[in-house]
Ligand binder design. Structure first.
Ligand code: NOJ
Length: 913
């Protein structure tokens, strides 16, 4: 690694020590909310509520401080409620998170259907939902079908610190009484009102205490999910005192697993699920946030006590969720479902859907910190071809630059970057290079000079440019919250500005929490100043989001709006899905990290971020061959599929572990490429309909209690169940196959089982336990090429798995794989397949799209066909029938049709008689 100035910059030295990071006891606003919240009861003045077209407004007043808050309740299209609480007359405006909502949400007029001075009942007059507001003490109940599903502030944890004039100034004004925090508290250092110490760091708070908090009780719910990013289980756990889930974006090298500490990104959004209903709570706040969760023990009803509802749920329980944020306002969206898919749509209505990825980015990515030079790249690239392993993208980490000056190339290592890209292009492959948000302070570095001249860096509280240490040594940090900075930064990706770049070069944004090596908790001081004079504390969690936004925009602009970007980011926020992919950062080459990658990715997926992955092999350390193979097998079935390794680890390209392991890795990667049509179709569903690509079982089986806690397996779309092997020397895995009306087929052996059972599956080192759900049709490619680009014209196959009712359905999406023509010119193909009464039909799923393809379906494989057909014929759209040869296996109940030539974009039928 290159030395930065005199000192070597090493993340290992800086980050591995967990004491660098705070636990709850070291967070002053947490301590305050825990100690002080009980003292204030709020009362709503409902008699003076104003019910307007957009919202209903009323005051809530703290009995202790007498300072009033303004509450606004909005009804939003699609069964969403929004509650905003702010100071009625703050000393200065409080931060409201901009740029996350895709547009101003359309409101629906709420009408009051009953009420008096003590209560107010609002409804949108359409559905069955009611918002029941109680005045004293202030509380809101969300009621559906006469049953309270959620209560807000029923535990009285509404907490709102009013902006105040500092004590000294207040004393001078002799106006002590009307302050919300009494003066005796002022001297209590542990409350950290105006100053907070952490190790050698002192956070001076010019605005004083400004935290907010509120509780939500979810009735009948005990399964909660979401609020990434934590290296934790998919189902959220109850938090004990001092152990809240923390949302604070931090660079944690080799993060500990099963821990609630904040890591690289934050989505302040959780989902709750019970039989019959899914709910979402989206807490739109970008400052440091803590979430406490507490499930009240379930009460069992005896049979005689059971009414119809209780009978259905058997167990009544309640989970309380307590959100606390360091600053900003309370702005919370209640997504009322009722189904998981409704909640996904509601959340995507607010924050957008997954960007449609370019097809290449669903292939395999090869990364390492670092590939040394052009020759190294050439050899690794050739290695894939020699070993007949497909891959799409080569990656260059920070060492490719001139001294970590992004947008430059190290002239010795990469003297001719265009030549290198041409080599990759000749194989239909791409290059991704890194671009971090810190900019080396160097008067000879044009990016630095231009940003400096224009005042584009985050400032320190004294008004100068903020300076912190990162890879290049002393650096300043671009203020991506400023739209002008984003516009300028986007411009840096034009081919003329970015010397040596070509249109096959894409971008990786790293260290954008932002990571500041000698800063508090390895990040930026909270009193650094951003555009609009906002303190960093207000918007910390959204910094990385803005960098990815600007980068994606830059890549779109360089193509004059034609091409889809690919940008991977480490840090993220709610809505980051619109800009590209996310990965889980610096994991370790240990089995436990392979295992936890599944729940971590499931959590990202259900919070909108479908395009996610974990470093295959584990970033830190050297995986043994078996672990590496298992990781490739798991990664092949996870959305973003990239092998990556840190410096000083042994090289681990797929062919370095002996022929047997090469074969196993090749096979895993080839399975990925075989399934690309299915992956691409799933991403289209995520893009247009907000359905996650990788799905926890509870989403597909929302009525099956046994599925709610499963996180060692998951559904890929609605057709495939994947249970990666994550234990060493495994000879069997226990696979839970959900659904009493389902039938599941082992994709390798074609053995089948009825659902609602756990089966013990024997596994060898080449087994990837994947099961196709009866009733589904999965499109595949029948031949695999060097990269996705080689496979454009290659034939398709259909894997039809029959349900217990001998039917199946599936869909297929195709476009040019790289441009926006699918969107602007409707150049896409969307087909649906159905198998019913022994006839397989290919028909159009969306008449708006046109993308004629010459590709054929050459192979159809039917699983679960119980009787041997006497003939199989194809029928084209002009009604012509032709017999086709087939192979039927009575033992496995499979039918195989080969050497077909059925155009994928045309209507046709296959009759099995
Ligand atoms: C930290 C990232 O998490 C890692 O993937 C990368 O290799 C290093 N930074 C160096 O850029």
């Amino acid at each position: 690694m290159e030395a930065a100035g005199k000192e070597e910059i090493s993340v290992e030295d800086e980050a591995v020590d967990k004491n660098i990071f705070k636990d709850c006891s070291k967070i002053a606003f947490y301590r305050r909310q825990k100690q002080l919240s009980r003292r204030a009861t709020y009362q709503a003045s409902l008699d003076s509520a104003t019910i307007g077209k957009d919202s209903t407004k009323f005051q809530i007043i703290s009995e202790t401080t007498k300072v009033s808050l303004l509450a606004e309740v909005y009804g939003i299209e699609g069964n969403i409620f929004r509650l905003k609480i702010n100071e009625e007359t703050p000393l200065k405006p409080r931060y409201e998170v901009p740029d996350v909502l895709t547009s101003k949400p359309s409101t629906v007029r709420l009408i009051s259907c009953s009420g008096d001075a003590d209560s107010l009942v609002l409804t949108d007059g359409k559905g069955d939902l009611k918002c029941n507001i109680t005045a004293n003490p202030f509380k809101i109940d969300l009621v559906s079908q006469e049953e309270v599903v959620m209560s807000i502030n029923s535990l009285g944890q509404l907490y709102f610190e009013h902006l105040q004039i500092p004590l000294k100034q207040r004393a001078a004004k002799e106006n002590k009484e009307d302050t919300s925090v009494d003066a005796s508290q002022e001297d209590q250092e542990d409350l950290g009102l105006w100053e907070e110490k952490f190790g050698k760091f002192v956070d001076v708070k010019v605005n004083g205490p400004a935290s907010v908090g509120l509780d939500f009780s979810l009735h009948g719910f005990e399964h909660l999910y979401g609020i990434p990013q934590h290296a934790e289980s998919h189902q959220l756990k109850n938090t004990s005192d001092g152990d809240a889930y923390r949302l604070y974006n931090l660079d944690v090298y080799g993060y500990k697993i099963h821990d609630k500490m904040g890591i690289y990104g934050s989505v302040p959004y959780l989902l709750a699920h019970k039989l019959g209903r899914t709910l979402g709570i989206f807490w739109l706040n970008a400052s440091e946030t803590l979430v406490e969760i507490n499930t009240e023990p379930a009460v069992k009803y005896t049979l005689t006590q059971m009414g119809p509802v209780a009978a259905k749920q058997k167990v009544r329980c309640r989970t309380d969720v307590h959100w606390m944020s360091e600053s900003g306002i309370i702005d919370v969206f209640l997504l009322t479902g009722p189904t998981p898919s409704d909640v996904f749509k509601q959340y995507s209505y607010l924050t957008g859907t997954q960007a449609m990825p370019p097809l290449f980015s669903l292939g395999y990515h090869q990364c390492r910190w670092n590939y040394e030079d052009e020759q190294d790249i050439k050899e690794v690239d050739a290695g894939f071809d020699e070993h007949d392993i497909p891959y799409d993208v080569m990656w260059l980490d920070i060492e490719h630059t001139e001294g970590k000056r992004y947008f430059t190339w190290d002239k010795k290592r990469f003297p001719n970057p265009k030549r290198m890209q041409e080599l990759l292009r000749s194989k239909n492959r791409k290059l991704v290079v890194i671009s971090d948000p810190h900019i080396k302070i160097d008067p000879n570095y044009s990016v630095y000079v231009k940003a400096k001249e224009q005042g584009f860096f985050v400032r320190n509280h004294e008004g100068g440019d903020f300076e912190g240490v990162c890879w290049p040594g002393l650096s300043s940090y671009l203020d991506f919250t400023n739209p002008k900075v984003r516009e300028w930064y986007s411009g840096l990706f034009t081919f003329s500005a970015y010397q040596g770049s070509t249109d096959i070069l894409y971008i990786w944004n790293d260290m954008n929490e932002p990571s500041v090596f000698r800063g508090p908790e390895l990040t930026m001081q909270k009193n650094a100043i951003h555009h609009g004079n906002w303190e960093h504390r207000e918007l910390h969690n959204i910094y990385g989001f803005y960098q990815q936004m600007a980068t994606a925009e830059g890549l779109i602009q360089r193509s004059k709006g034609k091409e889809r970007p690919f940008v991977l980011t480490r840090s993220f926020f709610a809505g980051s899905q619109k800009y590209g992919a996310v990965w889980t950062g610096d994991n370790t080459a240990e089995w436990s990290y392979l295992k936890i990658s599944i729940p971590m990715l499931l959590t990202l997926s259900i919070t909108g971020i479908s395009f996610c992955g974990a470093d295959v092999g584990g970033f830190i350390g050297n995986p043994e061959a078996e672990l590496l193979v298992r990781w490739y097998q798991a990664g092949a079935y996870q959305p973003f599929f990239r092998g990556h390794a840190t410096m000083n680890t042994k090289r681990r390209e797929p062919w370095l572990f002996g022929e047997e392991y090469t074969r196993l890795i090749r096979e895993a990667i080839r399975q990925r490429y075989t399934l690309l049509p299915y992956w691409y179709s799933l991403f289209y569903r995520a893009h247009v309909a907000a359905q996650p690509v990788m799905r926890p079982l509870w989403i597909e089986f929302p009525e099956e209690l046994d599925a709610f806690g499963v996180e060692d397996e998951y559904m890929l779309g609605s057709a495939l169940l994947v249970h990666p092997v994550t234990e060493p020397k495994a000879s069997t895995v226990d696979v839970f196959l959900p659904g009493s009306n389902e039938v599941w087929y082992d994709c390798k052996t074609f053995a089948h089982w009825e659902g609602a059972r756990t089966v013990k599956i024997p596994v060898a080192l080449d087994t990837i336990p994947v099961f196709q759900r009866g009733g589904s049709i999965v499109p595949i490619k029948t031949t695999v090429g060097k990269s996705t680009g080689y496979m454009t014209d290659s034939p398709y196959g259909l894997r039809v798995a029959l349900s217990t009712k001998d039917s199946a359905m599936g869909e297929f999406y195709l476009d040019d794989g790289h441009s926006f023509r699918y969107l602007h010119q409707k150049q896409f193909l969307h087909r649906k397949f159905s198998f019913l009464s022994d006839v397989l039909i290919n028909s159009c799923a969306d008449e708006r799209g046109h993308y004629p393809s010459k590709c054929v379906v050459e192979q159809i494989f039917v699983l679960g066909l119980k009787k041997q057909p006497s003939s199989v014929t194809t029928r084209s759209s002009d009604g012509k029938d032709e017999p086709v040869a087939f192979t039927y296996c009575a033992q496995m109940s499979t039918l195989r049709l080969e050497k077909l030539s059925l155009n994928i974009s045309a209507d046709w039928e296959v009759h099995v008689r």
